[in-house]
Design a protein around this ligand. Structure first.
Ligand SMILES: Nc1ncnc2c1ncn2[C@@H]1O[C@H](COP(=O)(O)OP(=O)(O)OP(=O)(O)O)[C@@H](O)[C@H]1O
Ligand SMILES: O=P(O)(O)O[C@H]1[C@H](OP(=O)(O)O)[C@@H](OP(=O)(O)O)[C@@H](O)[C@@H](O)[C@@H]1OP(=O)(O)O
Ligand SMILES: [Mg+2]
Ligand SMILES: [Mg+2]
Length: 385
């Protein structure tokens, strides 16, 4: 780490996410690099907890947003990963993919985009086939809202008009693009980018389309376990090994562009290769804070990212507002504690000392913001030089 203090990353996650993400292997690798992962108590005010160099979260709601705002105001040097406003954009399947259309990436061999799609708000428009005649069957019907609920993952592959009856607007109708039954999931962790293959829905040929009835409902296909897939003849025939990954540099360019455009650090996106064209890639979904534990080498990628964040927030701390500051960092035992407080605290002292810009530390497991106190166990004092 940049200084002697250990980095602290506070996390606020739903129980399921916490269980999959906060694994011992990640916690101990972070620890060995000087960063502690600390669970945020969601029952208590965020501003009463910490200090945190970084707050990592996947929680929604106005109450939580307010907590984050308040925390950021009181702790301008801490980083919130990621900002609720940026995450919000991914909760709507139209705004989610808009950013892809705005990307400009040069490649001589490959192209990218999104499938043709339309948002349908009511049944009238849904059954008015003319209003979306530019879409050919089959189409995928997706709930417009992608808020992480089970409902928001419930999709239908619609083969003909008959299949429209079961749909419940607001939905996005998206052209189903044949892609060889394999989807590419691209995981992004700050600068880090990793592309993996997963099973997807199989291609639908024109002949098959004619014989298929109405629609097929499905949910989180690429998350099914191999047992679940093998039990179902629909998925049995596909083979991942034979599929070539998309060019790494092309995918990395898209990932970097999306990261900038979305102002997000932790997300993944699903890409399919259009079987009709071969070198055309379509982004069909973007997810905030996905299942990183399924990504090979997730511990290293995340640990490097956290270390980087801590380093950056500390160097910003020192050069904030153009003032060069000195930091006194003490992990106090009784004697050092006395000396540190006597040396640093302004109260009642007349001798010349550099002005104190910021005092922080821990007292009986709580945050300490200055003043004399003999129970302070660690102290960070920022002095103007
Ligand atoms: N336009 C499309 N063309 C072909 N297949 C598609 C298309 N859209 C979705 N799929 C298939 O349906 C699956 C689910 O779609 P999508 O990724 O949009 O849903 P999701 O519930 O948001 O998924 P995730 O679990 O990744 O959040 C995809 O993984 C892919 O297999
Ligand atoms: O864990 P969470 O509940 O956040 O679920 C996320 C899930 O991760 P998991 O594998 O840990 O379940 C992700 O899987 P991968 O893309 O990485 O395969 C993806 O399906 C996200 O869309 C889910 O987020 P949601 O859209 O529901 O918010
Ligand atoms: Mg997806
Ligand atoms: Mg999704």
């Amino acid at each position: 780490m940049a200084d002697d203090r250990r980095g602290v990353v506070g996390y606020a996650l739903l129980p399921k996410k916490q269980q999959s993400f906060i694994q011992d292997s990640l916690v101990s690798l972070c620890k060995s690099k000087g960063v502690d992962l600390v669970k945020i108590d969601q029952e208590r005010r965020l501003t009463d907890q910490g200090p945190f160099d970084c707050v990592l979260h996947k929680l929604d709601g106005e109450h939580w947003r307010k907590q984050l705002e308040e925390f950021q105001t009181q702790n301008p040097n801490s980083t919130i990963i990621d900002s609720p406003a940026s995450i919000e954009r991914l909760h709507n399947r139209i705004s989610m993919l808009q950013v892809v259309s705005e990307l400009k990436i040069e490649s001589e061999t490959d192209t990218f985009g999104i499938p043709k799609q339309i948002v349908i708000y009511d049944k009238e428009t849904l059954f008015d086939r003319q209003s979306w005649e530019f879409l050919k069957y089959p189409v995928v019907a997706k709930p417009l809202i992608a808020d992480g609920s089970a409902k928001s993952h419930k999709m239908a592959l619609v083969f003909n008009n008959e299949g429209l009856n079961k749909l419940k607007p607001p939905i996005v109708l998206q052209e189903f693009v044949n892609h060889g039954g394999v989807i590419f999931k691209v995981y992004v962790v700050g600068e880090f980018v990793k592309c993996v293959k997963r099973k997807s829905l199989p291609d639908v040929s024109e002949e098959k389309l004619e014989s298929l009835e109405g629609s097929l409902s499905f949910s989180q296909v690429s998350n099914l376990t191999s047992d679940e897939r093998n039990d179902d003849k629909y998925y049995k025939l596909m083979d991942l090994e034979d599929t070539e990954l998309p060019p790494q540099s092309f995918i990395t360019d898209i990932a970097r562009g999306l990261r900038r455009g979305l102002k997000l650090n932790l997300f993944n996106f699903d890409v399919i290769r259009d079987a009709r064209i071969g070198n055309r890639y379509l982004v069909i979904d973007i997810n905030y804070f996905p299942g990183y534990a399924k990504m090979p080498g997730y511990e290293t990628a995340l640990t490097d990212f956290f270390c980087d964040l801590v380093r950056k927030s500390r160097s910003e701390e020192k050069e904030k507002d153009g003032i060069h500051m000195r930091q006194l960092v003490c992990n106090c035992d009784v004697e050092v504690r006395k000396i540190a407080i006597n040396t640093c605290c302004n109260d009642g002292e007349e001798q010349e000392k550099p002005p104190i810009l910021q005092v922080g530390g821990r007292r009986r497991g709580k945050r300490y913001r200055g003043g004399r106190n003999r129970f302070v166990t660690s102290l960070v004092v920022v002095l103007a030089s």
